[in-house]
Structure formats: C-alpha cells, structure tokens
Design a protein around this ligand. Structure first.
Ligand code: SF4
Length: 461
C-alpha cells in the first residue's frame, strides 16, 4: 500500500529546480515509480520527467534544461506517459499540474470531455482538470481553476505552475496534506514539512481545505472556495504514510504515533519480555506501547534499507524470501522470549504472515501481534493505492481467522475511537477514516474501480 504522489513547488528562487530536486528526496517515500520537475523562466515552462527514483531520474546536466526562478514537481507512480507534472497548453497559456489525490468522478468527466472533443494524452485522472481548465470561461487562471474544480469531486492537493505564477490548492475536504513554507523571499509548497526542513525553509502553515494560494513576483494571495464542506483529513497519513519527522495537517507525526502506541497498549496489554517494531514506520508506535506497558523496547527486527522494488513471485516460497530480503530477526533479542510485535497496519496480511514466520524461526516463545490502527476493511478512493475488497485480509474474516492466518499467539487491533482520539484529541471530527469504517465522506454516482486509477506499476512484496 502506498501513497500515489508527493508534490512540491517553489517560486521566487534562482535555484528553483535544484531546490525542487532536493525537496523530492524528502518526499521519495510518497512515490517511487517516477518523478518530474517543471520549471519556469518567466516566459516559458521547461519539463523533465523520468521513471525511477529521484536519484536515478536526474543528472547534473538535467538542470541546465530546467532554468528559472520557479518549479513544481512530483515523485509518484505510473508509466512514463502518465508521469507528472502534466504539461498542457490552453487558449491563454501553458500550465503544469502536479496532483496528489484521486477524483471519484474522473471517469464521468473524462467521458464528458471526450464527448466535447477533448483528446486525452494520459490515463491519470488529473488530466481531467486540465481539460476543464481549458474549457472554463473566466479570463484569469485562478477563476478558470476554480470553475474547473467546482466540477470535480474527491481528493486533490495541487501545485500548478505557469510562466508567471505558482498556485497551491487543497480540496474543500482537505483529504491530502499540503503545507506552505518560506525560504528567504521564495514561497514553497510541499506535501510534507520534512521537505521544508531539508531546504532550511521555514514552515509557515498548512494550506487550508478549500484554499487556493497564488504566488507571483508581487507576493502571495489567497482565495477560499468550496463552501462549507466537512473536513476529511486522511487519518492514514498519521498512521503510516507521512514521515515521522513531518508535520501533517498541523500535527507532528512522530508524537501522534507514540500516542497511538500508548493507546494500543491500554486497549490490548500483553504479558511479554520485550516489545519490538516492524521497522521503520512502526518505530514510534512501538516506543509508545513500550512506555505505556513498561516492557523494554528492543530492535528485534532489522530492515535492509538497500532493497528497492522487489517483484512479486508466483510461488509462496519465493514470496517469503522476498520478505526476508527486507527483514530479518535478531536471534539474541527474540530467542526463548515472549515478544510483542507492533505494526502500524495490516492490509493484505501476507507480509505480516511472512514476518511472523521469521520471528518464530528466530526462536520466539510467544508472539503477541499488535496493530496501531483498526482492521483495514475498505479500499481508498482518495489517493492511496490500496488493494481491492477481496485482497484485504480483514474483509470478511474474523479476528480469530486473521490471527490464525498471520500465525501469532494473540492479535490486537487499535479501536477506531482510540485511533481517532490519539490522532485528533477529544474532538475526533474532521478526519477521513473510510478504509476502516466504510463511511466515505465523498460518494460517487458510479463506483470507482481500480482501473479508473493508475495501476500500471508492478506488484510489490
Ligand atoms: S480512505 Fe483511508 S487512506 Fe483513504 S483518505 Fe480515507 S483514511 Fe486515508
């Protein structure tokens, strides 16, 4: 399971494309299949897109072709033709669009635009926005964008670039994060604040749900749109996706994860000698569990950071070896002991099952598997590439059946109420938790299917 994209933009700096390239490194965890940077020199846009990691997609000479004082970019998923930023010309100019999220009515709008004569170059749903912008009536770009966005439904955090401006937009529900920073006289937009830290930029604030910020040489302007839509910030950003050194939706991710772990220990205590994390995204939750349960935390599982993408093998035996490529147990920590293993989430359950086999083979006497989020029972249609209903281990299985499948002595998931309280405090409103509850904040006329979204990437272990 992965986020589909991280977006970044900077405007008003002479080294815009270099800084963007560095910012992309900080957002690499949000998408590894491909990346692109578009820059402006004030007259025209220049673009470079390539598949692979940020370290693979750019060379020193690439930046000679990305001149100027503004840039936007993504690290995300997709085939070469679907990589962002999407570059499009319309009657009054050129626009480059970087989009994090998914539109639940993209298919309907796509058909409508095609019926009216639009020719699509990609299969990414954000291209719909570009075609709607081209057809919009207002004379100014901001007005065109807002008219286009009044037609789309779903999740979008956008960074748009034209020759003379950068525009950051968050959908009225605020599903995906987008923060605003300042570096000297330049304004920066990023999916996560860790990208600002890397540049030594100051974190200013979140772009608010239903806000459009426009940056030009004259400074920054803001406009509101979307009426009184309810806030629906993705709870999974705090559970798993965002980096622990980031702020997401204005809250420190590490601090939230420690609270999730503490709450998990209160809800599902265990008699054990040691607590260990499934590294790295569960480290803070395991620390919280250990602190609350007063059981020592040790590094019982080690992750190999040098393994990139691994292609799934048809045979179960080779799939297990795929997990072993990434993780191994520390026998001295595990052997003869009763262990609590804390993971942030369980989606298909196949990785958990292989991991627990590794822990068992390292000599664990008992394994108490604890999950710092509730069972994932529903797919996400708002920008997270998640398995279908049939592939989710918690869909139509009892807790006992999941425990048996994963192969552990006890299993405890955090409750939905506990998760919401740990993330958002006493007022738990304002979050999307649809993949746990099935309560989708934005519905659709025709149920979106996986084929509506970009899924051309290889399956991963
Ligand atoms: S459905 Fe789940 S992953 Fe998707 S936005 Fe809502 S909380 Fe996030």
């Amino acid at each position: 399971m992965k986020d589909k994209c991280g977006v970044f933009g900077i405007f008003g700096h002479e080294e815009a494309s270099w800084l963007t390239y560095l910012g992309l490194y900080a957002l690499q965890h949000r998408g590894q299949e491909g990346t692109g940077i578009c820059s402006t020199d004030g007259r025209r846009l220049h673009v470079h897109r390539d598949q692979g990691l940020v370290a693979e997609a750019y060379r020193g000479e690439t930046f000679q072709h990305l001149p100027g004082h503004g840039a936007n970019s993504t690290s995300g998923a997709g085939s070469l033709s679907n990589l962002q930023p999407l570059l499009a010309s319309y009657r009054d100019g050129t626009i480059a669009l970087a989009h994090n999220g998914n539109l639940v009515n993209a298919r309907e709008l796509h058909e409508e635009c095609e019926h009216l004569g639009s020719i699509f170059q990609t299969t990414v749903d954000s291209e719909v926005i570009v075609h709607l912008v081209a057809r919009a009536k207002p004379p100014d770009l901001g007005g065109r964008l807002l008219q286009a966005l009044s037609r789309v439904r779903g999740a979008y955090s956008l960074v748009a670039l034209t020759p003379d401006r950068m525009i950051g937009i968050r959908d009225p529900h605020g599903f995906r994060p987008l923060c605003l920073g300042k570096l000297d006289r330049a304004w920066v937009l990023a999916s996560e604040s860790c990208a600002l830290d890397l540049l030594d930029a100051e974190y200013v604030r979140e772009v608010e749900p239903g806000e459009m910020v426009t940056v030009t040489q004259e400074g920054l302007e803001t406009r509101r749109f979307g009426g009184d839509a309810s806030r629906s910030e993705c709870i999974f950003e705090h559970v798993y996706f965002a980096r622990p050194d980031s702020r997401a939706f204005g809250r420190g991710v590490n601090e939230v994860r420690v609270r999730l772990g503490r709450q998990l220990a209160r809800e599902h205590p265990a008699e054990a000698d040691v607590v260990m994390a499934v590294p790295d995204s569960s480290n803070a939750a395991a620390l919280g569990f250990s602190q609350e349960a007063q059981i020592p935390l040790e590094h019982g599982l080690i992750r190999n950071h040098y393994v990139g993408r691994t292609f799934i093998s048809p045979s179960q035996n080779l799939r297990n070896l795929g997990v072993r490529l990434k993780y191994n147990a520390v026998r001295e920590v595990v052997e003869g002991r009763s262990v609590v293993v804390v993971d942030d989430s369980v989606v298909r359950g196949t990785t958990s099952r292989s991991l627990m086999r590794i822990v068992r083979e390292a000599g664990a006497r008992a394994i108490h598997f604890r999950v710092s989020s509730p069972p994932v029972k529903h797919p996400c249609y708002y920008g997270i590439d998640m398995p279908t209903y049939d592939e989710l281990v918690a869909n139509q299985r009892t807790l006992e059946e999941i425990r048996d499948y994963i192969g552990v002595d006890s299993l405890g998931y955090l409750s939905t109420e506990g998760m919401l309280r740990a993330v958002r405090g006493e007022d738990a409103s304002g979050a999307c938790a649809a993949c746990f509850t099935g309560e989708y904040p934005v519905r659709w006329k025709r149920a979106p299917s996986k084929s509506d979204f970009e899924v051309e990437t290889p399956e991963k272990v």
